[in-house]
Design a protein around this ligand. Structure first.
Ligand code: C2E
Ligand code: MG
Ligand code: MG
Length: 596
């Protein structure tokens, strides 16, 4: 044993025993010991957690509890230091029991002398050390120090069990270096080994902490990358929520491998092909996942190497599309490729424009306009929705000033608020700041939140709602009717209007259910003193129906699609010039409807 101080923790509730042990230890020559003493089970566990000791001497009787219990709990906590059990009397049964529970040794207090204690401690530590070495050799790859095939199998099985228990997905990535054989043949095995070590290091650095399964033992708990042999590596991703998450990690790995490797005097470029198999879609046990990820890896090779492929072909397209979309979205935000369109909302009685809803579009190169339905969900998943929403708020408030200056100061702009934005703690403050920066009065904007946002996490939502109404802001419930909330539930919130979802308006003239729902929403909303806006009004028949039911405002293609800000001004001034343009349509509709 080397010369370092051996730290011992004695767990014993009897002070006499402590004094005896201390005296024995002071008699020992040759090894330097440092003894600490705790009296209770809980203190012992705390100390074990601290991992500050090389060995534990534990009394068999610890008040109500036993040393064997502590032994078990310590080993469950991943304690690797040896534990020696001390007891008052010799008992064959107990000593076997202690050894079976994992004790390193068993000593009878009255029969201990200094040399015996010294030997027991040193042997226990040495034995544990060689056990650890054996464990390391059995479960780790010597070259790269990554987990080997055996440990990988073990962990994959654990990952599957965990995913099953929590009803989640798990992924296994099979990675094979491209053209490794050529490197080996050209530069020799020595260089090849060096390269593998460097690749292993980069792979290790790629992993998030959470990609791993914690396993007790001398291994680093964040290890999730394994080397199966040769230039084959595997990666386990526990508990992912969507198959695309695996593609994200695969891409991260491909990116991490792409900078050059310096090997001695040479600089090499190395790439890899990766196959992905998802539990439970592509297999429900370790063997089938491994086999299918391997097959997918071969497919990646045949696709020109340096790429990843899912075992299920259908996933390749959708994962790639999402990833590309995510990257493009990020760039689009930087390059300010988003624009706001506005759609008028009209008063049902006067036909005047009484509001404008801001609706985002993504103008891609070549003037291609992408509708929000295609990118808002991805922005929400990736958190990009927050910077995007801030841009929307700012832009809508700034643009509103244009129609204010053009003589329409009374027309508010409705801004859609995403649920993530709404759930931010400082949301009301964010809005307040934007309003101050853009010289916006509370009556200049209306916030639209969906019914599902309102139903979600009501405490946080409730607080935000009140903070917003304290600022004097009006709130509308968007897409009403799709979220299963009852109107009486809405009574609790300070709201301005509800917008009946387009899906009910669409067939309001042909589907009696939709007609009945719309009718009920309007009359109940009115009884709660809420305004009602109908979305997606496309036909005169819908208009007539809504007018008969006393709906307050309408929005839809019948009058105008969402249009760019310049055109809104034309619409507004056109309305001003030919006042009644819209209401005359309404009148005509009324007249025809009444005649027929
Ligand atoms: P929404 O807030 O319910 O917006 C109304 C949607 O209905 C708009 O689709 C609008 O173009 C469409 N629409 C209006 N009238 C008619 C009609 O007569 N017929 C038909 N078929 N459709 C009509 P758009 O612009 O594609 O937006 C879709 C959804 O995307 C919005 O639904 C909203 O939830 C979200 N969104 C749009 N802009 C933003 C934004 O700036 N921020 C956030 N967070 N979400 C937005
Ligand atoms: Mg809306
Ligand atoms: Mg809507």
């Amino acid at each position: 044993m080397d010369n370092k101080v051996v730290k011992i923790l004695l767990v014993d509730d009897d002070e006499d025993d402590y004094i005896m042990t201390r005296d024995l230890i002071s008699e020992i020559e040759g090894t330097r010991y440092e003894l600490t003493w705790v009296t209770t089970y809980d203190k012992a566990l705390e100390a074990i957690d601290g991992k500050n000791h090389d060995i534990y001497l534990v009394d068999f009787h610890l008040g109500e509890r036993s040393g064997l219990e502590l032994l078990r709990e310590a080993s469950e906590k991943g304690c690797r230091a040896p534990i020696i059990i001390l007891t008052g009397q010799a008992d064959k049964g107990l000593d076997v029991q202690a050894m079976r529970s994992g004790a390193a040794d068993y000593l009878v207090k009255g029969q201990i002398n200094a040399p015996l204690l010294d030997r027991s401690i040193r042997y226990s530590i040495e034995r544990k050390r060689s056990e650890d070495d054996i464990y390391r050799m059995a479960y780790y790859d010597i070259l790269t120090t990554l987990p080997n095939r055996l440990l990988f199998n073990d962990r994959l099985t654990q990952a599957i069990a965990l995913a099953e228990r929590h009803d989640r997905l798990a992924a296994m990535l099979f990675l094979d270096l491209d053209n490794f054989k050529r490197i080996n043949d050209t530069f020799g095995h020595h260089m090849g080994d060096d390269l593998l070590k460097k690749v292993a290091e980069r792979l290790r650095r790629c992993m998030r902490k959470g990609d791993s399964l914690t396993k007790h033992g001398p291994d680093d708990p964040s290890d999730t990358v394994a080397r199966l042999g040769g230039d084959e590596f595997t990666i386990i991703l526990c508990e992912i929520s969507r198959p695309e998450d695996a593609a994200r990690v695969a891409q991260r790995i491909l990116d991490a491998l792409s900078p050059q490797f310096t090997l001695g005097a040479y600089e090499l470029y190395v790439s890899a092909s990766i196959g992905i198999a998802i539990y439970p879609h592509d297999g429900i046990d370790a063997d089938s996942l491994l086999k299918n990820a391997d097959a997918a890896m071969y497919h990646a090779k045949s696709e020109g190497k340096k790429n990843y492929q899912y075992y299920r072909q259908s996933m390749n397209a959708s994962a790639l599309e999402r990833l590309t979309m995510e990257n493009h979205l990020r760039k689009a935000l930087e390059r300010e490729e988003f624009v706001l369109y506005y759609q008028p909302q009209l008063d049902m009685k006067t036909g005047e424009i009484v509001g404008l809803e801001a609706l985002i579009r993504w103008r891609q190169a070549g003037n291609k306009l992408i509708p929000p339905g295609e990118f808002i969900p991805i922005a929400e998943e990736t958190g990009l929705i927050i910077p995007m929403s801030n841009w929307i708020l700012h832009t809508a408030c700034t643009q509103r000033k244009e129609w204010h200056a053009a003589g329409f100061p009374h027309i508010p702009v409705s801004i859609n608020i995403s649920s993530q934005q709404f759930q931010q703690k400082n949301f009301a403050n964010t809005i307040k700041k934007v309003m101050e920066d853009t010289d916006t009065r509370p009556k200049d904007i209306i916030l639209e939140i969906t019914e599902s946002t309102l139903m979600h996490n009501s405490d946080a939502v409730f607080t935000t709602l009140y903070e917003l109404s304290k600022l004097g802001l009006r709130l509308s419930i968007d897409d009403f009717g799709t979220g299963y909330s009852s109107l009486s539930y809405l009574k609790r919130f300070p709201l301005h209007a509800i917008k009946i979802d387009r899906s009910f308006i669409k067939d309001v003239n042909t589907n009696p259910d939709d007609a009945a729902i719309s009718k009920a929403i309007i009359s109940m909303a009115h009884s709660l003193k809420l305004k009602v806006v109908a979305e997606g009004v496309e036909t005169r028949h819908q208009l007539v129906f809504l007018s008969e039911q006393g709906c307050d405002e309408i929005q839809g293609f019948l009058f105008s699609r969402p249009v760019p800000v310049e055109e809104i001004l034309k619409l507004l001034t056109g309305e001003k010039k030919g006042r009644g343009l819209v209401s005359s349509v309404l009148n005509r509709v009324w007249e025809t409807a009444q005649k027929s």
